[in-house]
Ligand binder design. Structure first.
Ligand code: FNR
Length: 354
């Protein structure tokens, strides 16, 4: 019951308050315009294959919700759009559905409405640590998922009043979950994944990384609006902008495991930049939330906006396919460039592409 109530509070706060952090790193990236693109707009293909499944565009509606009766309609609208555009879609943490059978339909509606989409189940690392691999299996079965995202959200757990602050043994728990029949995606939720952690995740047997970087929805910010204790609210305020910006994460991890760029993706240009930096796909959460509370048409409009804006960026850089885009030349400046130099990641690679 507690989980169910909290989930709805999170949705309400994300709809009503400003919960975003600043700077994704994409501000310091420029795709180089090509005045002679030599491709026809209508011949551009956005198709990709991700973890063995074809998607019509490299876009994933990032896991947000389920677990409260009111969220069924949100998931239904998101799923209808995912099915029409044949993109990916995640559900929110399935803890509430695992704890209470009567809430299963708030998640299961996603597979019902999106029989052909790439559907991603979702559990938290804390629940996996506590309850083991059967818990993960239940989540996958509940929505007949193509993959399972295990979210790493220790920033939120740290500032959340009812947060679970145990992290010892998390890597081992992940290793066990990797014995499941579906691929495992290790997913941050707004504080990002570094190169060092990506190596550990690969060692654990994970199939892909969703970087969940800084610059979009901040879970420390969300909790600021819930915390009653003055001191803890001050702590959460300090961590509002904590984390590794999304673009930095993509540059760090894309050559270690297939990468989803999530966190502050707000236009098709951001998607294009993320792919040019090496991501396979981009994940988007908050921009779909409000449309999903209105209707499936509103969500479809939003997906169309991302698709057309991505396609335009590809047209103007002369990219006929996502494969071309992943080799498009980039100008990288500012803090992002400093970070790459500091971390000894070659900037020249992006400049030398032609
Ligand atoms: C989320 N996110 C999330 N992630 C997760 O793994 N499990 C979850 O249950 C949720 N719940 C959730 C609810 C709401 C309302 C939002 C907006 C987000 C995190 C989400 O998948 C994503 O990683 C971040 O929101 C960053 O992307 P955006 O919002 O900046 O595009």
């Amino acid at each position: 019951m507690e989980t169910k109530r909290r989930k709805f509070e999170h949705i309400r706060i994300c709809l009503e308050e400003n919960v975003e952090s600043s700077y994704t790193g994409f501000e310091d990236v420029m795709l180089i315009h090509k005045a002679l693109p030599e491709v026809d707009y209508d011949k551009i293909s956005l198709e990709i294959e991700f973890l063995g499944k074809k998607l019509n565009a490299p876009i994933i509606i990032a896991g947000m919700t389920g677990g409260h009766p009111e969220t069924k309609r949100i998931n239904e609208n998101l799923a209808a759009a995912a099915e029409e555009f044949k993109i990916g879609i995640g559900v929110g943490s399935q803890r509430a559905g695992i704890e209470d059978d009567s809430l299963v339909d708030t998640y299961a509606i996603v597979r019902e409405k999106a029989p052909n989409a790439f559907v991603i189940a979702n559990i938290g690392i804390s629940q996996l640590l506590e309850s083991g691999v059967e818990y993960a299996e239940k989540a996958v079965e509940m929505i007949d998922a193509d993959a399972l995202a295990i979210h790493l959200n220790f920033l939120q757990e740290a500032v959340q009043p009812e947060g679970d602050k145990k992290a010892e043994g998390a890597k081992e728990a992940l290793e066990e979950a990797c014995s499941l029949k579906v691929p495992i995606i290790a997913k941050e939720t707004g504080a990002g994944i570094s190169r060092e952690v990506a190596f550990e995740l690969r060692e654990a047997g994970v199939s892909a990384i969703d970087v969940g970087g800084k610059g979009g929805t901040s879970w420390s910010a969300v909790e600021v609006f819930r915390i009653k204790d003055d001191v803890m609210r001050e702590v959460a305020l300090d961590f509002w902008d904590w984390g590794i910006p999304t673009a930095f994460c993509v540059a760090e991890v894309h050559d270690i495991l297939p990468t989803i760029a999530t966190g502050g993706i707000r236009s098709g240009i951001d998607v294009a930049k993320a792919l040019a930096l090496g991501a396979e796909a981009a994940g988007i959460a908050l921009p779909f939330l409000k449309p999903a509370t209105i209707s499936e048409e509103e969500v479809k409009r939003k997906v169309k906006y991302f698709v057309e804006s991505l396609k335009t960026a590809m047209f103007l850089t002369g990219c006929k396919s996502v494969k071309d885009l992943r080799k498009a030349p980039l100008f990288i400046t500012g803090k992002f460039r400093e970070w790459l130099e500091f971390r000894e990641i070659s900037v020249e690679v992006f400049a030398r592409r032609r």
